[in-house]
Design a protein around this ligand. Sequence first.
Ligand code: EPZ
Length: 433
Amino acid sequence: MDKIIVEGGVALRGEVQVSGAKNAALPILAAALLAEGEHVVANVPDLADVRTMGRLLSSMGCEVSRSPTPRQGDGGEKLGASSSFLVRVPARVRPEATYELVKTMRASVVVLGPLLARFGEARVSLPGGCAIGDRPIDQHLKVLTALGAEIAIEHGYVMARVPSGRLRGAEFGFDVQTVTGTENAIMAAVLAEGTTVLRNCAREPEVADLAAALNAMGARIEGAGRTEIRVQGVERLGALRHTVIADRVEAGTLLVAGALTGGDVRVKGFDPVHLAALVEKLREAGAHVEAIPDGLRVVGNGPAHPIQLRTAPHPGFPTDMQAQMMVLLAVGSGSSVVTETIFENRYMHVLELRRLGADITVDGKTALVKGVPQLSGAPVMASDLRASAALVLAGLVASGTTEVQRVYHLDRGYERLEEKLAPLGARIRRVKA
Ligand code: EPZ
């Protein structure tokens, strides 16, 4: 098991390229199940979760391979920073996602919609507990039932089938905005009979990227990225050929690293529109953020000003950036208030930041962050993906050495983060524990 060692105190400088988005790549790879044949997905990040999705598709009978280098477009241009995935889907698959795989990655649940849409049956393990919250999938099951599926929970598995053989279009309103719930619903509706109208949908850019990939396969989806999405079902879909969008959460993490260290960093290869809420808060906290071609430049400007920060569904402030932003505020001036509204247990990083000398008090959904002049390095333990990124960032400004353990959490969602930070001047390395 690896750990990451960081020596604090260096202002980061330079340019860094963002990889493909994990949270777009996962549902898009699952969408391959919707059509027999050979599918190619470019700009897929090399992450533990993506490898899990690959294993999941293989376990169903698909052939999955990865081309090591980024694919080239017709003009020889590089398609994204990451490599490509080739998925061969047979006429019939084993419509099952076992507990062994789902327990390692709850996002595996996004195979439910495509399996039901194309094969009329699915056996998918219920995702177990999660460090950041309860995370039920009731909305996924409700919308699939509305589209005509019969669903039972047996022995820890979602047992689903379509008695009529084909899902049928319906009108459905989500009780809460759910990203993967919206994605499952769209993937179920694209092959359904008739029209589906989905309301109170998640508006995350990853949902819109999935819809773009599906429309390129011949689907008829309108409104992705808005709260109301209409899907006109079609008989069948063609091959998937798509380049995944860049990872806005990785981009955000690198921007906060630049601001936090008082550096000057150019983060490239993503759409700044996807991070408008973060940019607003970085500026409010005093950092200089400017648009550059194909990205953003951030210049740190001393300790962060105190701010109020509240997470919300997109286009609100992303919960996946809450922990990283808390580090910036922990070494800021004055007291900031952070409110986590999406997940009920997403403050695990606070205990570890306190070990580094942070002054943070949590009361239910709200954390009061009193800025301190300096953190001091220590061994800390990662508890989940974004918490681990926050601990690495804290190490960049803590005096002395910070040792982040259990970085397998980090590797689930960052393509070797230390190799992105080191060229910017960070004194960071990965060692075997
Ligand atoms: C997606 O998770 C992301 N994962 C998460 O990123 C992200 O934090 C989250 O959206 C919110 O932005 C992927 O895309 C693979 P939700 P998802 O369903 O879809 C409640 C990361 O760090 N809810 O939008 O699982 C739920 O409990 C990960 O990369 C129900 O009540 O999140 C939560 O409070 C972590 N019933 C809220 O909705 C349901 O059926 C939003 O969850 C579904 C969700």
